[in-house]
Structures are given as structure tokens and as C-alpha cells.
Design a binder for this molecule. Structure first.
Ligand SMILES: NC(=O)c1ccc[n+]([C@@H]2O[C@H](COP(=O)([O-])OP(=O)(O)OC[C@H]3O[C@@H](n4cnc5c(N)ncnc54)[C@H](OP(=O)(O)O)[C@@H]3O)[C@@H](O)[C@H]2O)c1
Length: 308
């Protein structure tokens, strides 16, 4: 089987010309890795805006003292931006993470993110409004690009607020995150109220494959993919296992890249958001957004070889 038959540039197909998706960063941006290439981008269906295909999660990894010095975390964020990453996902549920994103961006003198966070309170509408303003002050954007109802908590109260904020230009996109209640998520997708849905999907967690991903694709809802490594547990499944020959055919040099490329091989996936506290893992993950992605046949083979 040849590379051409087995692989395809899904992002290129979705986003237009492949040539427009990959660019070489100026050498001045990274002394230690002058040849890294920027990652690919996919369209957000509701607007056509291009979003880099690998984002950055912040749960646990950035829950540190915001007033402390965290050179490794600063390097993670710097590396993410150098690769052309933009989508950083946080939540008031993640302790200090929103504040740490804001502090690190201040140290780097950058603000060019796709800022995504969540509203997470069951204390009613005003509590949600207050919390979102607190998140804005912590992370630092003038307005959030994406605001999500975290795990559907207070959905009835917060959804009208998000719709109003979007209509007034105070957020750009709205969405929900959820890990279990697929019936409600599907109803929301089909109601055409959502711009984004954030869901767990990986070689180890495939509950969204049957209905949620097809519904998102059919209704033009962008997907942020949480837990792409099942919190790191996926690496246990391949411990001590050599990277198979086909990995090179999809430009992968690590299992992390295989896991991310497997996700990007699904047409309804917009942007997996792996979290890491380590610069070398960040570079590994961002490399997963460059080059070919597996077609259906290779995705099935990867699934078989990794989880059996
Ligand atoms: N309900 C919700 O809304 C919800 C729920 C869960 C997650 N999320 C979002 O999704 C994001 C991602 O999910 P997650 O953080 O739970 O799990 P994850 O991204 O699947 O896994 C993170 C773990 O993988 C490790 N890791 C990262 N890159 C690696 C690499 N290249 N090689 C080896 N290990 C690597 C990290 O450790 P190191 O630090 O050592 O790299 C970390 O322990 C969250 O941060 C959050 O933003 C949302």
C-alpha cells in the first residue's frame, strides 16, 4: 500500500489549498529548532475561520502558583505559539490555570491566542456572569473567543447569557463541554445553537463516534477534543512497543503523534487539546499537527494495533 493511497491531507481538503496550511517559521522565533514548521489549520464550520489543529489544555498542568516563576511552563506556551498554535482551553474549575495563562502571556508579551474557557457554576445566571468576568480578568483577553458551559452545569441559565454575549460581540463563539450525557449534547448540536462542542475522544474513549461526531459534522459544529491521551493513560497501552513502519507514512516519530493524527483523520475533528507541563512533550504534540493524516483503513489498523 502506498503512502498516497493510505494517507490524505484531511486538513488541506477542509481548509483549502494545502500550501496555505504549512509555513516555515522565521528562524529568529526559535534558536534551537529553526526548521520547525507551523501546524495545519482547519475551518470552524460556522464562520470559515481557520483554527490551528492542535490546541493546548490547561487542566492540572497549569494549576500552579500564578505569582511564582515557572520557566518550563513559560517554554511550553512559547513553544505552542512558535508552532503557530492559538487555541488554549481553560476553566474556572482548573484552580489557578486561567491566572497562570494570563501571567505567562504577560511574561511573553503575547496576546494572540484563541482564548477558550468555560462557565462552571450551578448558582444561577448572575453567578455565571460574574464568573466569566473573573475569568476574563484572569486570562486577560478583551473578549473570549470561545465560552463553553462546562459539563452542561447550569445550562438553562447560562445558555441565554452566552447567546446574548455573542449577539453583543462580547464572545465570538459559544459551546458546551460534556463527558457523559450524549443525549443532551446531541439535542444541542441538532438544535443548531452551538458553534463548538468539546468532547472526549481518543483511541481509548470512543463513545462519541456513533452519534456525536456525525451530528457535529452534519450540523457544522466545531469539535475541541479533550483527553486525547486519556490523561496520559494511552501511553501505557504502547509501553515498550516499537513505532510500526506505517508511522513514518503519516509523518509520525512518536506515539503521541500517532494518537493525535488518528484523531485528525476523523473528518469531524477540529482541534484536539492535549495538556502538558513539559516543553519536549509540547514539541512532540505540535509535530502531530504537521503532515499527512491516516485514512479510514489506516485508522482502523492503528486502533487494532493499539487497543486490540
Ligand atoms: N469536562 C471538560 O470540559 C474537560 C474534561 C477533561 C479535559 N478537558 C480539557 O482537555 C484538556 C486535555 O485533557 P487532559 O489534560 O485531561 O488529558 P490529556 O491531554 O489526554 O493528557 C494529559 C497528560 O498526558 C501527558 N502528556 C502530554 N503530552 C505527552 C507526550 N507527548 N508524551 C507523553 N505524555 C504526554 C501529560 O503529562 P506531562 O505534563 O508530563 O506532559 C499529562 O499527564 C484538559 O487540559 C482540559 O483543557 C476538559
Amino acid at each position: 500500500m502506498t503512502v498516497d493511497r493510505r494517507t490524505f491531507l484531511r486538513s488541506g481538503l477542509l481548509a483549502g489549498s494545502a500550501a496555505s496550511l504549512t509555513r516555515t517559521l522565521p528562524a529568529s522565533r526559535r534558536d534551537d529548532a529553526p526548521s520547525i514548521r507551523a501546524i495545519q489549520r482547519r475551518r470552524i464550520p460556522k464562520t470559515g475561520e481557520l483554527l490551528p489543529v492542535i490546541g493546548l489544555g490547561t487542566s492540572r498542568t497549569l494549576n500552579v502558583d500564578p505569582s511564582g516563576d515557572h520557566p518550563a511552563l513559560r517554554e511550553v506556551l512559547q513553544g505552542f505559539l512558535d508552532w503557530g498554535g492559538t487555541c488554549v482551553d481553560s476553566s474556572p474549575m482548573y484552580g489557578n490555570s486561567e491566572s497562570v495563562v494570563g501571567a505567562l502571556l504577560g511574561q511573553l508579551g503575547r496576546q494572540d491566542l484563541f482564548y477558550a474557557t468555560k462557565v462552571w457554576t450551578d448558582k444561577g445566571k448572575q453567578a455565571g456572569i460574574d464568573q466569566m468576568e473573573q475569568s476574563r480578568q484572569r486570562m486577560g483577553p478583551e473578549r473570549f473567543d470561545l465560552m463553553q458551559v462546562h459539563n452542561l452545569v447550569g445550562l438553562e441559565e447560562h445558555m441565554p447569557t452566552l447567546e446574548q454575549m455573542k449577539a453583543e460581540g462580547r464572545i465570538r463563539y459559544l459551546g458546551v463541554t460534556e463527558m457523559r450525557d450524549w443525549e443532551t449534547v446531541e439535542k444541542l448540536i441538532v438544535s443548531d445553537k452551538l458553534d463548538f462542542v468539546q468532547i472526549p475522544y481518543s483511541l481509548g474513549e470512543r463513545a462519541v463516534e456513533a452519534r456525536i461526531l456525525p451530528a457535529a459534522r452534519d450540523h457544522g459544529v466545531a469539535t475541541l477534543i479533550m483527553r486525547p491521551f486519556v490523561r496520559g493513560q494511552l501511553f501505557q497501552a504502547v509501553k515498550g512497543k516499537e513505532l510500526p513502519g506505517w508511522a513514518a507514512e503519516i509523518d509520525c516519530t512518536s506515539w503521541a503523534q500517532v494518537f493525535l493524527k488518528w484523531l485528525l483523520g476523523h473528518p469531524a475533528v477540529t482541534c484536539p487539546i492535549p495538556a502538558t507541563s513539559k516543553p519536549h512533550h509540547l514539541h512532540d504534540n505540535m509535530q502531530g499537527g504537521v503532515g499527512a493524516v491516516p485514512d479510514t483503513a489506516l485508522r482502523a489498523r492503528i486502533l487494532e494495533e493499539v487497543v486490540g
